[in-house]
Design a binder for this molecule. Structure first.
Ligand SMILES: *[C@@H]1O[C@H](CO)[C@@H](O)[C@H](O)[C@H]1NC(C)=O
Ligand SMILES: *[C@@H]1O[C@H](CO)[C@@H](O)[C@H](O)[C@H]1NC(C)=O
Ligand SMILES: *[C@@H]1O[C@H](CO)[C@@H](O)[C@H](O)[C@H]1NC(C)=O
Ligand SMILES: *[C@@H]1O[C@H](CO)[C@@H](O)[C@H](O)[C@H]1NC(C)=O
Ligand SMILES: *[C@@H]1O[C@H](CO)[C@@H](O)[C@H](O)[C@H]1NC(C)=O
Ligand SMILES: *[C@@H]1O[C@H](CO)[C@@H](O)[C@H](O)[C@H]1NC(C)=O
Ligand SMILES: *[C@@H]1O[C@H](CO)[C@@H](O)[C@H](O)[C@H]1NC(C)=O
Ligand SMILES: *[C@@H]1O[C@H](CO)[C@@H](O)[C@H](O)[C@H]1NC(C)=O
Ligand SMILES: *[C@@H]1O[C@H](CO)[C@@H](O)[C@H](O)[C@H]1NC(C)=O
Ligand SMILES: *[C@@H]1O[C@H](CO)[C@@H](O)[C@H](O)[C@H]1NC(C)=O
Ligand SMILES: *[C@@H]1O[C@H](CO)[C@@H](O)[C@H](O)[C@H]1NC(C)=O
Length: 490
C-alpha cells in the first residue's frame, strides 16, 4: 500500500512563505546581504561538490555514483519507489533480469539512489554490481509470508533452528561469478526486530533467513556498505571461493538480537575480511561447517585472512571458529584485531561428534579492551543437528599460535579447555601482556594443552606449556600437559 501525504499541508506552507519573503527583502540592505550570502554559499557548495557529497540546510546533495560496469541502471527505471512503504521486489527482479542478459558484455550495475526501498527477498545474478548511494537503504519486509522457503543447506541437513526447510535470505545468490555489492556507505537493513521477537516467542515454524547469503559462487566483492539488523546471521558466504569483504559496517543490538552473527564464512576458501567494524548480537565473525552432514559434505573453510577489524559482541565472541567445523578449518590468519566491551575476544569451539579439524590458525596483534574472557578454546560445545552424529568423531585441534596479545580490563585472559579425547596440540604464545581486572591466580587456564610460551608472557602462563626464552631456547619442559585448571566461575 502507498501512503499519501495530504496535499493541503504543503500548500499552506507555500502561502506562508509568499507572505514572509516580501517583508524580509523590503530593505535594500537586507536584500544585498542576502544576495551576497547566496553567491558565497553557491560558490562554496559548488566547490565542495567537486570533491565530495555535501549536506546543506538538511538537504543532501549526494555524491555521483561511479560507473563500474559498461551499463548502469537506476532502480527507479524499473518502477521502484523509495518511500519506505511501497514493496519494490518486482523492480529489483526486473533490474536483475536486465543485468543477467549483459554477462557477455561485462555485466551491469544497479544504482540504488537515496531513499528507503522496501522489498521482499530477491536473487542477484553474475557479473553484477549493486551500488548503494549514500542515504540509500534497502529494507527487508517484515511479514514472513513474503519470504520464500528454501531447502536446508547440504552441510547442515536441517534448517539450523527447525528441521526441514528454512527461510531464504533477503539478498540471495547461487552459482554466481563476479558479484560486487558496494556503494557510498548505503545500507541493507533487515528490520530484524519483528523476527527476533517472534523467535523468542517461538512463533516461527522455520529457521530465520540471513540478510545476505551467497552460495556456490566465486569472485565476490562486498565493500563500502552498512549491513544492519539482520533477522538471523548477517552475511553468509556458503561454499564460495575468492571472496573479499572490505570496509563494511555491520550493526545489530548487542543484546536481544539473537543469532545476528556478523560474517559467517562457511565452507569457503580464499577469503579476505578487512577494515570492518562489527557490533552485533552474536559472534562478529564465525567460521563454520556442520557435524555428520558437514563431514559428508566435506568442504573445508581455508585460506582466510581477517585483519584490521574493530568488533564487539556482548553475547558471544569477536572472532569464532566453529562450533560447526566438521568440514575442517585451516590456514586462518587473524591480525590487527581490536575487541572492545565484549564477553569473549577470540574463540575456537567444538565437541565430540564434530569430527574434522581446526589447524594452522595464526593470531597476531590482538587487542582486548574490557573483555571478560580473552582467548577461548572449548571442546565440549555439545549441540547437534540430530541424534545420528558419530560419538567417536573427535575433532583435531592443532598448530595454533598467538603473537602479540595486549589489552586491559580482562578477567580471564586465556581458557583453553581440551579433554582427553580432544587435546589441543602445538599451541604457541609469544609476546603477551594483558591488563587484568582482578589479580588472581589461575586465570591463565588450561586442560589437555600441549605447546609453548616464548619470551615474556603476562599473566604467568599455565604449567601445561613448555617455556622458551626470547631466543627460542628451551628453559623448562612441562611435565603436566593434562593438568586441568579450568574455573568457569571466574
Ligand atoms: C535515478 O532516478 C531518480 C528518479 O528519476 C533520480 O532522481 C536520480 O537522480 C537518478 N539517479 C541516477 C544515478 O541516475
Ligand atoms: C533464488 O534462487 C534460488 C535458486 O534458484 C531459488 O530457490 C529461490 O527461491 C530464489 N529466491 C527468490 C526470492 O526468488
Ligand atoms: C570506506 O567506505 C567509505 C564509504 O562507504 C569511504 O568514504 C571510505 O573512504 C572507505 N574507506 C576505505 C579505506 O576504503
Ligand atoms: C557508514 O555508516 C555507518 C552507519 O551509519 C556508520 O556507523 C559508519 O561510520 C559509516 N562508515 C563510513 C566509512 O563512513
Ligand atoms: C506456524 O504453524 C502454525 C500451525 O500450523 C500456524 O498456525 C502458524 O500460523 C505458523 N506460523 C507462521 C509464522 O508461519
Ligand atoms: C578474485 O576476484 C576478483 C574480483 O572479482 C578478481 O579480480 C580476481 O581476479 C579473482 N582472483 C582469482 C585468483 O580468481
Ligand atoms: C570503496 O571506497 C574506496 C574509497 O572511496 C574506494 O577507493 C574503493 O574503490 C571503493 N570500493 C569499491 C569496490 O568501489
Ligand atoms: C594460506 O592463506 C593465505 C591467505 O590468507 C594464502 O595467501 C596462502 O597461500 C595460504 N597458504 C596455503 C599453504 O595454502
Ligand atoms: C595492531 O593493531 C592495531 C589495531 O587493533 C593497530 O592500530 C596497530 O597499528 C597494529 N600494530 C601493528 C604493529 O601492526
Ligand atoms: C606448530 O605450529 C607452528 C605454527 O604455529 C608450525 O610452524 C610448526 O611447524 C608446528 N609444529 C609441529 C611440530 O607441527
Ligand atoms: C595425557 O592424556 C593423553 C590422552 O589425551 C594420554 O595419551 C597421555 O598419556 C597423558 N599424559 C600424561 C602424562 O598423563
Amino acid at each position: 500500500m502507498v501512503e499519501t501525504v495530504p496535499a493541503g499541508r504543503f500548500h499552506h506552507q507555500r502561502l506562508d512563505i509568499r507572505r514572509w519573503i516580501p517583508a524580509f527583502v523590503s530593505s535594500h540592505r537586507t536584500l544585498f546581504t542576502t544576495l551576497w550570502v547566496f553567491v558565497f554559499l553557491s560558490l562554496f557548495v559548488w566547490q565542495r561538490n567537486l570533491i565530495d557529497g555535501f549536506s546543506f540546510f538538511g538537504r543532501t546533495v549526494t555524491k555521483p555514483m561511479p560507473k563500474l560496469r559498461p551499463v548502469a541502471f537506476n532502480l527507479t527505471d524499473f518502477g521502484a519507489v523509495g518511500d519506505g512503504v511501497t514493496v519494490n521486489t518486482e523492480a529489483f527482479e526486473r533490474a536483475v533480469l536486465a543485468i543477467s542478459k549483459l554477462g557477455k558484455k561485462g555485466g551491469g550495475q544497479l544504482n540504488v539512489p537515496p531513499g528507503r526501498w522496501l522489498t521482499a527477498p530477491f536473487n542477484l545474478t553474475s557479473h553484477m554490481t549493486l551500488f548503494l548511494a549514500e542515504d540509500a537503504e534497502i529494507l527487508g519486509i517484515q511479514d514472513e509470508k513474503y519470504w520464500p522457503l528454501m531447502p536446508p543447506l547440504p552441510s547442515y541437513g536441517y534448517g539450523r533452528e527447525h528441521p526441514g526447510p528454512r527461510y531464504g535470505s533477503l539478498i540471495h545468490g547461487q552459482n554466481l561469478k563476479d558479484l560486487v555489492i558496494t556503494g557510498h556507505n548505503g545500507t541493507i537493513n533487515g528490520q530484524g526486530q519483528t523476527w527476533w521477537k517472534k523467535y523468542r516467542q517461538k512463533l516461527l515454524n522455520y529457521t530465520r533467513g540471513p540478510l545476505v547469503q551467497i552460495m556456490w559462487s566465486s569472485d565476490i566483492v562486498i565493500t563500502n556498505i552498512t549491513l544492519r539488523d539482520s533477522p538471523f546471521w548477517t552475511l553468509h558466504p556458503y561454499d564460495c571461493k575468492n571472496v573479499t569483504i572490505r570496509n563494511v559496517t555491520i550493526l545489530a543490538p548487542v543484546y536481544e538480537a539473537p543469532n545476528t552473527d556478523g560474517i559467517d564464512p562457511d565452507s569457503c576458501e580464499d577469503m579476505v575480511i578487512e577494515d570492518c567494524y562489527i557490533s552485533v548480537g552474536d559472534d562478529a565473525i564465525a567460521i563454520k561447517s556442520w557435524d555428520q552432514y558437514g563431514i559428508s559434505y566435506g568442504r573445508p573453510s581455508r585460506n582466510i585472512l581477517i585483519r584490521n577489524l574493530v568488533v564487539r559482541s556482548m553475547v558471544s565472541a569477536g572472532v569464532s571458529i566453529g562450533s560447526e567445523m566438521s568440514g575442517g578449518v585451516s590456514n586462518v590468519t587473524v591480525e590487527n584485531l581490536l575487541v572492545w566491551s565484549s564477553r569473549r575476544a577470540v574463540r575456537i569451539k567444538t565437541a565430540p561428534g564434530r569430527g574434522g579439524y581446526v589447524r594452522h590458525i595464526t593470531y597476531r596483534n590482538l587487542t582486548f579492551d574490557n573483555v571478560r574472557v580473552g582467548i577461548v578454546i572449548k571442546t565440549d560445545y555439545n549441540e547437534h543437528p540430530d541424534d545420528n552424529y558419530d560419538r567417536k568423531a573427535f575433532p583435531i585441534l592443532e598448530d595454533i599460535s598467538f603473537t602479540g596479545v595486549h589489552g586491559q580490563g580482562v578477567r580471564v585472559p586465556v581458557r583453553i579447555h581440551g579433554s582427553s579425547e580432544i587435546p589441543v596440540r602445538n599451541v604457541t604464545f609469544r609476546d603477551m601482556s594483558v591488563g587484568l581486572t582482578y589479580k588472581k591466580k589461575h586465570i591463565f587456564q588450561c586442560a589437555f594443552v600441549y605447546g609453548r610460551v616464548i619470551g615474556t608472557v603476562f599473566p604467568a602462563p599455565c604449567e601445561n606449556l613448555d617455556r622458551y626464552d626470547e631466543q627460542e631456547r628451551l628453559v623448562k619442559r612441562s611435565a603436566s600437559q593434562n593438568l586441568t585448571d579450568i574455573d568457569y566461575d571466574f
